[in-house]
Design a protein around this ligand. Structure first.
Ligand code: NI
Length: 255
């Protein structure tokens, strides 16, 4: 199995090595939430066979990032184990005053992804229309997109998957009161779903309340199997194939 999105960095994990070793037969894709994460992600992908990375500048840094952060990202995009740009996108949850800056940073990074043919991992919160318009406007025929931690409605999920954009599904799916995401998982074909934990956040049931870690994606897979009424192993196998394809990870690296 592949955890397609998590943040298992030292500042949150004293037991980072253990957490990675628990996934030794699987793949972990570590995503940068902040420009300061990039160096550690490079160290991790060089140290561990089963760890890959995506690097990018999160919209919360739209006003504070430095040009050299973008240069650093561009420099590392040619690293064979950097499999995408992310997480990048738009987040209007806490602010509506930075829309222009957020769009500008998002655009710059989409263009970088297009230039280096890297997958884009999108973070989008309370910005459905603008995110979709940005994708439409700058989409390159070869660039692949993943909507991480999908949080919008079924209609948008259908619109996106029609364009081959995948949806990241994580711990929220296992929450008792979550109905919308369950409906989406039921309706959308398995080939468009990726498993993710977003560790250390969004721990799935039955461990909700504790710190999340990549091995917990098995609970998300179980829930998908239950909702779609299909075999657990089918979910693992198909979502693994989906992730390998999404991030152009070579089968020979699969453990
Ligand atoms: Ni994240």
């Amino acid at each position: 199995m592949i955890d397609t999105h998590c943040h298992i960095l030292k500042e949150d994990y004293d037991n980072q090595e253990e957490v990675i070793k628990r996934m030794k037969d699987n793949i972990i894709i570590v995503s940068s939430a902040s420009p300061k994460d990039i160096d550690e992600i490079i160290e991790l992908i060089e140290k561990y066979d089963n760890v890959y990375g995506t690097i990018g500048i999160h919209p919360e840094f739209a006003k504070t990032y430095k040009e050299e952060d973008l240069k650093k990202i561009e420099k590392y995009l040619i690293h064979p184990k950097i499999v995408g740009i992310g997480e990048i996108g738009l987040d209007y949850h806490y602010t509506s005053e930075e829309k222009a800056e957020q769009k500008n940073l998002f655009k710059k990074q989409i263009l970088l992804a297009n230039k280096y043919n890297k997958t884009i991992v999108i973070h989008s919160r309370d910005a459905k229309e603008d995110t979709y318009n940005m994708i439409e406007k700058y989409k390159d025929a070869n660039t692949k997109y993943n909507m991480h931690c999908y949080s919008y409605d079924l209609e948008m999920a259908q619109t996106l998957t029609k364009q081959n954009i995948t949806l990241g599904i994580g711990g929220i799916l296992t929450f008792k009161n979550e109905k919308k995401l369950k409906e989406i998982v039921k309706e959308i074909e398995l080939e468009y779903l990726l498993l993710e934990t977003d560790s250390p956040y969004l721990t799935p049931e039955p461990h909700r309340g504790k710190k999340n870690e990549p091995i917990n994606i098995k609970y998300v897979a179980q829930k998908i199997a239950e909702i779609k009424n299909i075999d657990y192993n089918t979910v693992i196998e198909k979502t693994t194939q989906n992730a390998l394809r999404q991030f152009n990870i070579n089968e020979k690296n699969r453990h």
